[in-house]
Ligand binder design. Sequence first.
Ligand code: TXA
Ligand code: MG
Length: 345
Amino acid sequence: KTMISNIDVNNIDLKELKKHSKLLSEGKTVIFPTETVYGLGANALDENAVKKIYEAKGRPSDNPLIVHIYSKEEVYDLAKDINEKAEIIMERFWPGPITIILNKKEIVPKTTSGGLDTVAIRMPSHKIAREIIKQSGVPIAAPSANISGRPSPTKANHVQEQMDGRVSGIVLGGDSNFGIESTVIDLTGDIPMILRPGSITKENLECVIGKVDIDPSLAKKEDNKKAKAPGMKYTHYSPDADVYIVSGRQENVIIKINNLIEENTKNGLTTGVMCLDKNKHKYNCEVLSLGNTLEEVASKLFDTLIQMDKQNIDVVYSEEFESTGLGQAIMNRLLKSAGYKVIKA
Ligand code: TXA
Ligand code: MG
């Protein structure tokens, strides 16, 4: 049976939280909130504990996990060849939504690193996440707390509905702040490479460490199999509905989507639209607004995809967003949830 606790992030009940840290120190699995999405954690240094994560998620075992730490010093226990750029990123962006890839030390089991010689490390800023990691006394491997392939959970009800019964503990702590997963950056090569875009953008990073590349295989479906982060090559963020991105000039997109809605209705299909709030009234169907700013879109995206399924919507059309800054992470997740299906308007 899963132990479930509701914790107020502004008034953390340390005694209640300790019960969950204890589960983690005993090699069990616990879901907890982070500033990006909810994570499904276990002791990163204990192979048997880590196996339970893969089981609970139904995740392929060649897909490596991110190791979450409480203090920066722990990086030196887990990784080697830590260069200046890594140190700058840690100094500037931790605690926060960025994960660094470094060469791993022996202590990190291959089960955690998906068989690789590198390890992904992140120091989250969420108060509950920090407290639970600290009290458990070990680094915590934690992927997003969704069933493999589904949208990542950003709200308490998402984890409760999907994961009750699959893990030993669940800590519910409200909504995630950012709503998309951390930026993943590989620092083992000459030029740092973003393997998964996130809230800390290429632009943010270039300001402090100079030139940064983005894994070129992220842009297209055909190239996706070559993605450098193993997790990026799998089908992902997929709701049951058939998702399409409609691209083109704003006014053309609106006409196109409304035509498609009409056709779907004739064929007995229900349609949903994901759009900016300002365009909400322009579509003749169920509209789920993603807000007005890219920050809002990022924080609402996964929840909106999950809601579309709850409403049994058959086909979803999404407006396209600009591909710079935070828009890069949004379009990456959106393209994956759409299986790279883009309709030109
Ligand atoms: O925001 C986040 O990062 C969340 C929260 C819970 O911290 N975690 C998360 O973990 O998104 P996960 O497992 O869903 O995604 C980790 C990504 C995967 O695409 C994985 O393939 C990649 O990071 N990754 C992990 N270790 C790697 C490594 N050594 N080399 C390359 N890619 C790696
Ligand atoms: Mg994930």
